[in-house]
Design a protein around this ligand. Structure first.
Ligand code: BG6
Ligand code: MG
Length: 218
């Protein structure tokens, strides 16, 4: 296996626990439209862009809206989401991830962010991690969302490396598919039963160190 010189991290659900805020904001929108959104249904929204998430929710509820109404609802959801994010602090960073990235950088590994979120920089700033990444590829930059490989391919390009030398950390099914089709090693962060297409799955970064990564990638 080629040697790994770069790690690309998804944001929501990998670096920080924003999934609960996305869920609350989407659920409120569904409730406003007259139906409920379960946690299981919410799983389908992970890694997917804002507007595509809305389309999935509308399909679940069997609701038809005009493009203009869709844009209004997506904007309203984002206002609610950002309000909820106001309460976020560096404490909301998921356990161990900061130490893991520090350790990666100390070994000379390049580190990038690959996220579907248009709020990525705001969130990183809130948790004090804006300066951690050598590159940030976010929802404002990509034209094709996950599972398309674009987000991670751009990350590799920015970091001057090749896809086969990159590892991706992802909590979403769409993100794992994106990493795999980019030709990168895909490490799922979460549950094995959900992230079935990942090369490996870890529970989180609390007990994961750089030597564990090196063992997985040889
Ligand atoms: C992804 C999240 O990281 O970003 C999705 O997993 C979210 O749930 C998507 O819909 C877009 O985020 P935002 O912040 O641009 O609405
Ligand atoms: Mg995610």
């Amino acid at each position: 296996m080629p040697s790994i010189n770069a790690c690309l991290f998804d944001l929501d659900g990998v670096i920080v626990d924003t999934a609960k805020y996305h869920y609350i904001a989407w659920r409120r929108l569904a409730n406003d439209l007259g139906f409920d959104l379960t946690l299981e249904q919410n799983e389908r929204l992970k890694g997917v862009s804002r507007i595509e998430s809305l389309e999935i929710i509308l399909t679940i509820g069997g609701v038809h809206l005009t493009d203009e109404e869709k844009a209004e609802h997506a904007a309203e959801k984002n206002v609610r989401y950002l309000e909820l994010c106001q309460q976020m602090t560096p404490e909301d960073t998921l356990p161990g991830v900061r130490t893991f990235i520090d350790e990666l950088k100390a070994t000379g590994m390049r580190v990038g962010l690959g996220s579907a979120s248009k709020n990525a920089k705001v969130i990183l700033e809130r948790i004090g991690m804006l300066e951690y990444f050598d590159t940030i590829v976010d929802g404002n930059r990509v034209t094709k969302g996950k599972p398309d490989p674009q987000v991670f391919l751009l990350g590799a390009e920015d970091l001057n490396t090749s896809p086969e030398n990159c590892v991706v950390f992802e909590d979403a099914v769409a993100g794992i598919q994106s990493a795999r089709s980019a030709g990168m090693l895909a490490i799922g962060v979460g549950e094995k039963s959900v992230l079935t297409e990942a090369d490996f799955v870890i529970e989180g970064f609390a007990n994961f160190r750089v030597h564990d990564l090196i063992e997985l990638s040889i």
